[in-house]
Design a protein around this ligand. Structure first.
Ligand SMILES: *[C@@H]1O[C@H](CO)[C@@H](O)[C@H](O)[C@H]1NC(C)=O
Ligand SMILES: *[C@@H]1O[C@H](CO)[C@@H](O)[C@H](O)[C@H]1NC(C)=O
Ligand SMILES: *[C@@H]1O[C@H](CO)[C@@H](O)[C@H](O)[C@H]1NC(C)=O
Ligand SMILES: *[C@@H]1O[C@H](CO)[C@@H](O)[C@H](O)[C@H]1NC(C)=O
Ligand SMILES: *[C@@H]1O[C@H](CO)[C@@H](O)[C@H](O)[C@H]1NC(C)=O
Ligand SMILES: *[C@@H]1O[C@H](CO)[C@@H](O)[C@H](O)[C@H]1NC(C)=O
Ligand SMILES: *[C@@H]1O[C@H](CO)[C@@H](O)[C@H](O)[C@H]1NC(C)=O
Ligand SMILES: *[C@@H]1O[C@H](CO)[C@@H](O)[C@H](O)[C@H]1NC(C)=O
Ligand SMILES: *[C@@H]1O[C@H](CO)[C@@H](O)[C@H](O)[C@H]1NC(C)=O
Ligand SMILES: *[C@@H]1O[C@H](CO)[C@@H](O)[C@H](O)[C@H]1NC(C)=O
Ligand SMILES: *[C@@H]1O[C@H](CO)[C@@H](O)[C@H](O)[C@H]1NC(C)=O
Ligand SMILES: *[C@@H]1O[C@H](CO)[C@@H](O)[C@H](O)[C@H]1NC(C)=O
Length: 516
């Protein structure tokens, strides 16, 4: 009987051990440790390499308390086929100082050497990472974690919970560089704070073919050429992410052929794109060939330098629900949204007080399949430079520029106090079919009706005035318009702009008035 109970007990203990991680302690100030180390606080391991060597277990929890780790045994740690948790003290995080010597973890497999790797980083400050060097690509990748997997039956997981990452840098992926070539890697970032990280591309996260969730996380004061978070062929969910006071040139969020992007309660405020190269398509959120949706009271406000959303995707949809995109400026086309191809859905949102330089103060839309704007507000948008509180420079569509969009439905939308300008009202339309119902506006002429400049007319339906664009308006040639404009009281600024437009036209005739 006793033997039987002993057997069960041993069996249970073995069972328990195989499902529970082995916990080892690490304390960099312990000097008189003996190997294997870590089983007790008194014999704590001095560093991560010695701790990982002190157990054969494939599931290890390293408890760091509030110690600070640095140097070669805490940097560029290779991991394969193991579940490792690096955990600081919840109330007083441990610190990892990578001291400019590389990345924290490097995870790579190959067809010959594979296995599931799972890395959790929790309650840690991580600083001064410089990534994994790939000489063949002439760069550094993943300031803190580099993962590149190729095996199809390996399932890797990365979890960052309550991590403060700062002063990390890389060519690509200032914090994380995750590239899955086999099965997608499951990457979760939550309750974290990333500030003052730099990269050429993706100063926080680069992810290719990954399942990405970022929640309840702050991303502030980081620098990049293109992107804080860049995703290729990924499934991405952002929930309660704050992106504030970052600087970049081309984009902050960059989605390329992404399988799914769902954004909830995003706050994207006070960021700057320096727009050095106007030939590069730029936007705070740049999206190619992906569906993209914003909801849950997202707030994209007070950004300067480019359209907030630059969207270019054939057969996909950009959806803005229950959100505000306000007081953004510094783009040429589309202060809030610049879209080519695909569909646009805006519902229950405010797209107000935005400014663009040339066309579409709020929204610039060209060659889209459809646009549906419902129950929303588009107030006080403008074109051109604001001088002493007044927008002066001419252009097309201070609120909405529509060109060659098959099907436009605007229902229950308020257009108040959008600026008028030399080329007419808040909505400019060419080559589109527009249905407008239940519109409120303070503009005498909401829709720019002179169809002479562009040959393709718009058609209008709905209860917003049968008279939107009466046929009787005469056809004017661009030269005649020039006369009218120069003669107008708006003055010097217009002339300057016109010279600019003429110059552009000289360079490329087809660009004139089309802003292609
Ligand atoms: C770090 O932890 C030790 C022991 O757990 C504690 O005595 C010490 O006050 C802590 N230091 C800080 C800065 O919290
Ligand atoms: C790293 O660990 C090895 C033993 O694994 C040890 O010999 C070496 O001195 C350690 N390096 C540092 C910088 O502590
Ligand atoms: C990062 O490196 C700088 C320069 O060596 C150093 O002053 C700073 O303390 C490091 N950060 C951390 C968190 O150790
Ligand atoms: C990974 O672990 C599995 C199961 O424990 C084992 O079958 C496989 O050989 C390991 N792979 C490597 C590279 O160690
Ligand atoms: C590698 O990058 C450095 C710094 O950006 C640059 O000067 C060098 O020309 C590059 N080399 C190659 C082979 O691209
Ligand atoms: C990041 O870039 C900023 C601005 O260029 C610079 O001041 C800062 O030192 C850089 N930080 C790192 C970690 O490279
Ligand atoms: C991904 O990882 C997170 C946390 O590590 C977990 O909650 C989630 O279930 C995982 N998702 C999948 C699809 O495995
Ligand atoms: C999208 O990613 C693919 C594959 O990496 C790349 O070839 C392509 O240039 C990217 N497209 C854009 C617009 O960035
Ligand atoms: C800016 O665009 C031009 C024309 O496409 C290109 O030649 C140049 O390399 C770009 N500059 C940068 C910094 O990418
Ligand atoms: C959006 O953010 C701006 C800037 O932080 C703030 O002033 C504004 O009140 C916010 N709007 C909403 C609707 O939350
Ligand atoms: C817009 O509001 C009206 C009236 O409140 C409602 O009937 C309609 O369903 C709403 N449309 C959408 C797309 O939510
Ligand atoms: C802006 O207003 C100030 C004060 O009224 C005036 O001195 C200045 O000339 C104005 N600037 C322009 C460009 O109109």
């Amino acid at each position: 009987m006793n033997k039987y109970i002993l057997f069960i007990t041993v069996f249970l203990v073995v069972e328990l051990c195989s499902s529970q991680p082995v916990t080892l302690y690490i304390n960099s100030s312990v000097t008189d440790y003996v190997l294997p180390c870590g089983a007790t606080l008194e014999n704590a391991c001095p560093d991560i390499v010695n701790a990982l060597a002190s157990t054969q277990s494939s599931d290890v929890l390293l408890s760091l308390g509030n110690t600070t780790l640095t140097g070669q045994n805490n940097t560029n740690i290779q991991l394969v086929n193991r579940t490792v948790t690096i955990q600081g003290n919840k109330d007083s995080y441990a610190t990892i100082n990578l001291a400019g010597q590389g990345a924290f973890f490097i995870i790579q497999d190959s067809e010959q050497l594979y296995g599931n790797t799972s890395l959790t980083l929790q309650y840690l400050n991580i600083a001064n990472g410089t990534g994994y060097v790939l000489p063949q690509l002439n760069g550094t990748f993943g300031g803190v974690v580099f993962l590149n997997t190729s095996y199809y039956y390996a399932f890797n997981t990365i979890l960052l919970d309550s991590v403060v990452g700062f002063n990390n840098q890389a060519t690509t992926g200032g914090i994380l560089y995750i590239q899955s070539n086999g099965s997608p890697t499951n990457v979760t970032v939550t309750n974290s704070d990333f500030n003052n990280n730099n990269a050429t591309n993706a100063s926080i996260i680069f992810g290719q073919y990954i399942l990405m969730t970022v929640s309840n996380t702050k991303i502030t004061r980081n620098n990049a050429f293109d992107g804080l978070m860049n995703f290729v062929a990924a499934y991405v969910q952002l929930d309660r992410v704050l992106i504030d006071s970052n600087n970049a040139s081309v984009s902050l969020l960059n989605f390329n052929s992404t399988r799914y992007v769902g954004i909830q309660a995003l706050t994207l405020t006070n960021n700057l794109l320096d727009f050095v190269n106007k030939t590069i398509q730029s936007g705070f959120v740049k999206c190619f060939q992906s569906d993209l949706s914003f909801g849950g009271s997202s707030n994209l406000t007070d950004n300067f330098g480019a359209s907030v959303i630059y969207y270019r995707s054939i057969g996909k949809t950009l959806t803005i629900n229950n959100s505000v995109i306000e007081s953004n400026s510094g783009s040429l086309l589309g202060g809030a949204i610049s879209q080519r191809y695909g569909s646009l859905v805006v519902n229950n949102s405010s797209i107000s007080r935005n400014t663009a330089g040339q066309a579409g103060g709020a929204i610039y839309l060209i060659s889209a399949t459809s646009a549906t704007i419902t129950n929303s507000t588009m107030d006080e948008n403008a074109l051109g430079v604001v001088i002493n509180g007044t927008s002066r420079v001419a252009g097309f569509g201070s609120a909405l520029y529509l060109s060659d969009t098959t099907n436009v439905i605007i229902n229950g939308v308020v257009f108040d106090k959008n600026t008028d300008n030399a080329y007419g009202g808040p909505i400019f339309c060419s080559g589109s079919n527009v249905t407008m119902n239940d519109i409120k506006t303070s503009s005498d002429e909401l829709v720019y009706c002179n169809q002479s400049v562009l040959d393709t007319k718009c058609t209008y339906h709905g209860n917003f005035g049968e008279e939107i664009c009466p046929e009787k308006k005469s056809k004017l040639k661009p030269g005649v318009i020039a006369g009218i404009v120069i003669g107008s009281i708006i003055g010097l600024l217009i002339i300057v702009l016109f010279i600019y437009i003429l110059k552009k036209r000289h360079h490329n005739r087809s660009k004139y008035l089309r802003y292609n």
